[in-house]
Design a protein around this ligand. Structure first.
Ligand SMILES: C[C@@]1(CC(=O)O)c2cc3[nH]c(cc4nc(cc5[nH]c(cc(n2)[C@H]1CCC(=O)O)[C@@](C)(CC(=O)O)[C@@H]5CCC(=O)O)C(CC(=O)O)=C4CCC(=O)O)c(CCC(=O)O)c3CC(=O)O
Ligand SMILES: NC(=O)C1=CN([C@@H]2O[C@H](COP(=O)(O)OP(=O)(O)OC[C@H]3O[C@@H](n4cnc5c(N)ncnc54)[C@H](O)[C@@H]3O)[C@@H](O)[C@H]2O)C=CC1
Length: 217
């Protein structure tokens, strides 16, 4: 099942400080969560994130699983190059009902990482091959990204922003959810809004959307 994790205000521990840890940290940075990296050593990019206060860091070699009861994380991601240690960590996390991910054991992990196409932090498209070929996920992402750039326009992105504002208002002003849906669809297909967006008048487009909402009965 493909879902989007909400890690807001949660503590996530990443064990290891190599390339794989860096990839996982970069995905976590998009969430508003506390990231604690515990690793014997870290690469320069991770060190930079530590220096700029984006992550917390403990430079230590993990020998046992005491860190779990100490820090009580909501999620553990282990990326060391020590297969036995990774396994020990995810076994312990699972016993404590903590979501766990090991970079070298997808089958035993609580989630899986797709290849992601991102448009302006507004639209995310995920590609999976069910663990069969990560390299092909990456290749398909590159092909799709090229094709989608021709399909998903700047206007679509602007319309998402307008819809976000309109939905908030709609929830306040229109009690029925079928009516809310109808009103939001009307805003989406409104020619005037479309033209205002095309001409770069996003604020005016927002105002027009709110007028449609206010006059809805
Ligand atoms: C199961 C999964 C983990 C999970 O569940 O999350 C997994 C597992 C493993 N990957 C391995 C190797 C490689 N991984 C990549 C790249 C990516 N791997 C990603 C995801 C996933 N990789 C999940 C399945 C996704 C799916 O279903 O398709 C991507 C898509 C997303 C991301 O990593 O964030 C990201 C591309 C990001 C982008 O778009 O740029 C490359 C290519 C490259 O780096 O260029 C290689 C080398 C070539 C090859 O092996 O294909 C190894 C063997 C390690 C070893 O040999 O020791 C394992 C472990 C194993 O298979 O046991
Ligand atoms: N899921 C995926 O897409 C991929 C998974 N992998 C797997 O991920 C693992 C890590 O890969 P890389 O980051 O490239 O390796 P790496 O060797 O660059 O990094 C390993 C890190 O773990 C740290 N470490 C090792 N033992 C430790 C311990 N006991 N306590 C604390 N820190 C410890 C090291 O200091 C180092 O920073 C490998 O097992 C590899 O098979 C690799 C590539 C892709």
């Amino acid at each position: 099942m493909i879902v989007n994790l909400n890690l807001q205000n949660k503590t996530v521990i990443v064990i290891g400080g190599g390339n794989e840890a860096e990839k996982r940290i970069n995905s976590l940075l998009k969430q508003n969560c506390e990231i604690l990296v515990i690793s014997a050593s870290v690469n320069p990019q991770i060190n930079k994130l530590y220096k700029s206060n984006k992550i917390k860091l403990k430079k230590q070699k993990i020998q046992d699983i005491k860190f779990i009861s100490k820090f009580k994380p909501h999620m553990i991601i282990t990326t060391t190059n020590d297969k036995k240690m990774n396994q020990k960590i995810i076994n312990a996390a699972k016993r404590k009902k903590i979501i766990a991910y090991s970079s070298d054991n997808p089958e035993d992990s609580g989630f899986s990482n797709p290849s992601i196409i991102d448009f302006d932090n507004m639209i995310q498209i995920a590609i999976f091959t069910g663990g069969q070929s990560p390299a092909m996920s990456k290749k398909i992402k590159e092909k799709l990204e090229k094709a989608l750039k021709k399909i998903i326009s700047k206007e679509d992105i602007a319309q998402i922003r307008i819809q976000k504002i309109a939905r908030k208002f709609a929830k306040e002003f229109i009690p029925s959810n079928t009516q809310r849906g109808e009103c939001l669809r009307k805003i989406m297909s409104d020619n005037e809004i479309d033209q205002l967006i095309k001409d770069g008048h996003v604020k005016k487009a927002e105002k027009r959307a709110i007028t449609i909402l206010r006059n809805w009965k």
